[in-house]
Ligand binder design. Structure first.
Ligand code: C5P
Length: 223
């Protein structure tokens, strides 16, 4: 068939979601933000007062978690927990650490795997995350590993938080980003790393338009 998948992996703040969203619009394909799915689980664990690092406690409540993703009229992904729209709530800064902690638990990753693969079976997608090219969609036609120096990523994230009305000092953003990078790439369950056949796109010295062009070029070369 002519359905294809684009996997975009990389550390936080590399611009994965903003760029993937734009590229999806340009190519007329579906954008899937898998970080939002982990954030939804993290948010649930947070509301239940469970320690996100307690593997057994988290695994024990998974069967009761009812997580859904739906697409609005604007084509954008919205996340639901037990039927309630939590799209905005999962962006609260404290939920990042919860998402990162629960995502290291193999039972959580297994729980979410089919949901992600199913999206790619239904339509052409550009899916972003940490293990899309390595684990979720190993047969994706295009794999991109998006990265940038941590200082540059922290600066971009600081600006983004400011624009969202939830500002945080740069130094703190940088420290938390370094912690999350370390945790995401050193965990034993699906650690963050480029797939062997991924094209590395380093956006340290690129602006948004240049990054978008670089990604579109890689996709057009391979589809
Ligand atoms: O991409 P985002 O920052 O929203 O993801 C939140 C957290 O979810 C990440 O720090 C990472 O630990 C986890 N995650 C993951 N695998 C994915 C997507 C996100 O482990 N495919």
């Amino acid at each position: 068939s002519n359905i294809y998948s684009v996997a975009v992996d990389g550390p936080s703040g590399a611009g994965k979601s903003t760029l993937s969203k734009e590229v999806a619009k340009e190519l007329g394909i579906v954008y899937v933000d898998t970080g939002a799915i982990y954030r939804t689980i993290g948010y649930y664990i947070f509301t239940q007062g469970i320690d996100p690092k307690d593997e057994r406690a988290v695994a024990a409540v998974l069967p009761e978690v009812q997580v859904d993703m739906r697409y609005g009229a604007d084509g954008l992904q919205r996340m639901f927990l037990g039927g309630t729209d939590v799209t905005e709530k999962i962006r609260l800064p404290e939920i990042s650490m919860y998402a990162s902690a629960v995502s290291a638990i193999p039972a959580v990753r297994a729980f979410l795997l089919e949901m992600q693969r199913d999206m790619a079976r239904r339509s052409s997608v550009i899916m972003d995350g940490r293990d899309i090219g390595t684990v979720v969609l190993p047969n994706a036609q295009v794999k991109i590993f998006l990265c940038a120096d941590v200082q540059v990523r922290a600066r971009r994230r600081t600006l983004e938080l400011e624009q969202r009305g939830t500002p945080k000092p740069y130094e703190q953003v940088l420290e938390e980003m370094e912690q999350r990078d370390w945790a995401d790439s050193h965990r034993s369950a699906a650690p963050l790393r480029p797939a062997e056949d991924a094209v590395v796109v380093d956006t340290t010295n690129m602006d948004f338009a240049q990054s978008k062009d670089a990604i579109l070029q890689v996709i057009r070369r391979r589809t």
